[in-house]
Design a protein around this ligand. Structure first.
Ligand SMILES: [Fe+2]
Ligand SMILES: [Fe+2]
Length: 266
């Protein structure tokens, strides 16, 4: 099921399939007949629609954040992130099946994938209300980099994707909501509030299963987190951090603050 979502190119079709498979998973769990995890070979890169064109971040045109055009461009960029997130969650489900994990691990990522699918569609609706659509402007290439870099390392994947990239979403979303509020764009404010509330749990799933694996291997979570982020994440973490929401998601300050500076040679 995960591989089928990953192999579907069109955004609306991918997310419809994602919702349908999440519903099947949940129904089977509720009936006490959980679906078998099985084995699969997820593609190196998920299928994506022909548009948007994917450009190097340096080549994506910048627009003024204050203008309506700038806000639509921002919506487009976030929709692109959400579509990528749908694939990231189905990818973690399909890619690491040789590592035995409790059923709750799959419950969490199925739920996260289901929610990202909703987020993508909410943002597409906002884009369409502005007379635009997903694919109408170029988007960043390289969003799959974190997945490729951690394709062999489940703990690395958890450290970088939910605990760094999705946590970054918690930092930046309140300002984005304020910007659309100021513009009087109620539909987008409502969509971003749904996203903001649900993203906390995605970071929390990352932290939960990262700590679970540290416990299994008797590792110090903070030390291993720093090692893995320095190995797989290109660059430093950027303050200001949303310390309150990060705490709610099980990310303490001593996990992320040390990663704002280059590691000093001892
Ligand atoms: Fe999302
Ligand atoms: Fe998310």
């Amino acid at each position: 099921m995960a591989v089928e979502v990953l192999g579907t190119a069109d955004g609306r079709a991918k997310t419809a399939l994602s919702h349908a498979h999440a519903a099947s998973w949940r129904a089977a769990r509720a009936a006490g007949k959980p679906l078998a995890i099985g084995r699969a070979s997820p593609p190196d890169h998920p299928a994506r629609p022909a548009a948007p064109a994917l450009l190097d971040p340096r080549d994506v045109p910048r627009r003024k954040a204050g203008s309506r055009q700038g806000r639509v461009a921002m919506l487009h960029a976030v929709a692109h992130i959400e579509l990528n997130a749908v694939d990231l969650h189905w990818d973690i489900i399909a890619r690491f099946t040789e590592t035995p994990m409790p059923a709750g691990f799959y419950d969490d990522w199925v739920k996260a994938a289901d929610e990202e699918s909703k987020h993508f569609n909410l943002l597409c609706d906002c884009l369409e209300a502005h007379g635009s659509s997903y694919g109408a402007m170029p988007a960043h290439a390289g969003m799959w980099q974190a997945a490729s870099d951690t394709a062999q390392d489940l703990m690395g994947r958890l450290a970088v994707v939910p605990m760094v990239l999705e946590a970054r979403g918690l930092d930046v979303t309140p300002n984005m909501i304020a910007l659309f509020e100021k513009a009087g764009d109620r539909q987008t404010v409502d969509a971003l509030n749904v996203i903001y509330a649900e993203e906390v749990s995605h970071v929390a799933y990352g932290s939960k299963w990262f700590h679970f694996l540290c416990g299994r291997h008797e590792l110090d979570p903070r030390v291993v987190f720093h090692d893995l982020v320095r190995r797989y994440f290109h660059g430093l973490l950027k303050p200001p951090f949303n310390e309150e929401k990060r705490a709610e998601a099980g990310l303490p300050p001593d996990f992320y603050w040390p990663l704002t500076e280059e590691q000093r040679a001892v």
